[in-house]
Design a protein around this ligand. Structure first.
Ligand code: NAG
Ligand code: NAG
Ligand code: NAG
Ligand code: NAG
Length: 282
């Protein structure tokens, strides 16, 4: 007796599933990169093998964005979405399709989307389903800077920030010596949230520092050249540079050779700047 009831119950469930409309968006969440042309899939099964009429509507949050009428193929589109959205529909009772297409998605398209299918004489099933769309943004090329004075015994920070990126990028600094060999950070060095803090720096701290900014879409890097100089030669101490340029030039050339033209250019332009200032004063 009990067994018969349960068989009947199973039959009832199967029967009702087949008899009423079932709308389905396969996933709860969709993620796409900004700028992509996307498709949010929506399928339905109708109790009617070939419905004469069907109305498909897609909404984002509370706002209706597009309505598609079968069999005319007419559409009504919300002004804000005009030209960017369309419905890719196939009205076949057994395996219908009502996909939403959106071109060139932006962060403004982050929303909960609802696919709703209305077929006359086919009520009582699941007429709608929802999914969340998340638009991801690749990190922009990070801006990397030195904070503090790059001279012996100082503490400095190397900072790394991408202005864009969704989800928020994570940052990692890698260090290379002046000959471009990878090396481990000094034990006191910390790397937190894009800030690499270097303590009591020495000549050996000089080299290349690469920061990689990464999220689930992409990773991008910057490359910072750090040259640690004795305090008297520091860019910040004007008197040291004017007074000490000639006698120190051998050490300069040494440093320049090892670090390459970047630094050479940087130092030269500093000297020029200082000389110009000096000339202006005189
Ligand atoms: C998106 O579609 C438009 C036409 O609607 C096309 O011009 C563009 O290249 C496509 N973009 C991508 C990333 O496929
Ligand atoms: C380096 O960053 C830390 C933490 O943000 C800060 O406390 C410190 O003052 C910074 N040092 C320099 C030289 O900017
Ligand atoms: C900094 O390093 C020098 C040697 O490189 C050492 O003599 C000095 O004690 C260090 N200072 C600190 C504050 O760790
Ligand atoms: C960083 O820049 C230096 C000098 O321009 C170059 O020699 C080095 O290969 C670069 N490193 C990376 C990882 O791009």
């Amino acid at each position: 007796m009990e067994r018969r009831t349960s068989t009947l119950a199973v039959l009832c469930v199967v029967w009702s599933a087949a008899a009423a409309i079932q709308v389905d968006i396969p996933q709860d969440q969709y993620e796409f990169a900004r700028g992509d042309n996307i498709t949010l899939p929506c399928t339905f099964k109708s109790a009617l093998p070939s419905p004469k009429l069907a109305v498909i509507t897609w909404s984002a949050g509370e706002a209706l964005i597009i309505t598609y009428y079968h069999p005319s193929g007419d559409i009504d589109v919300d002004i804000k979405s005009e030209g960017r959205v369309s419905v890719d529909a196939n009205i076949n009772g057994g395996s219908g399709k009502a996909d939403l297409k959106v071109s060139s998605v932006t962060s403004a398209d982050n929303n909960k989307y609802k696919c709703h299918v209305q077929i006359p004489k086919d009520l009582g099933g699941k007429v709608a389903d929802t999914a969340t769309l998340t638009v991801l943004v690749a990190p922009s090329k990070p801006i990397c800077k030195i904070q503090g004075t790059a001279s012996y015994g100082q503490n400095i920070n190397l900072t790394c920030v991408s202005e864009e990126g969704s989800p928020s990028p994570t940052y990692k600094w890698n260090s290379y010596d002046v000959l471009n060999n990878p090396r481990a950070h000094d034990p006191r060095t910390t790397d937190k949230g894009g800030i690499l803090s270097l303590y009591n720096i020495t000549k050996e701290t000089s080299g290349f520092y690469i920061c990689t900014s990464q999220n689930k879409i992409r990773s991008v890097s910057c490359n910072l050249t750090v040259s640690v100089l004795p305090p008297s030669m520091n860019i910040g101490s004007t008197a040291g540079i004017i007074g000490g340029v000639i006698p120190q030039s051998d050490r300069w050339m040494d440093a320049v050779k090892r670090l390459g033209l970047d630094v050479c250019f940087c130092l030269l332009s500093t000297i020029m700047g200082v000389k110009q200032q000096h000339a202006a004063l005189v």
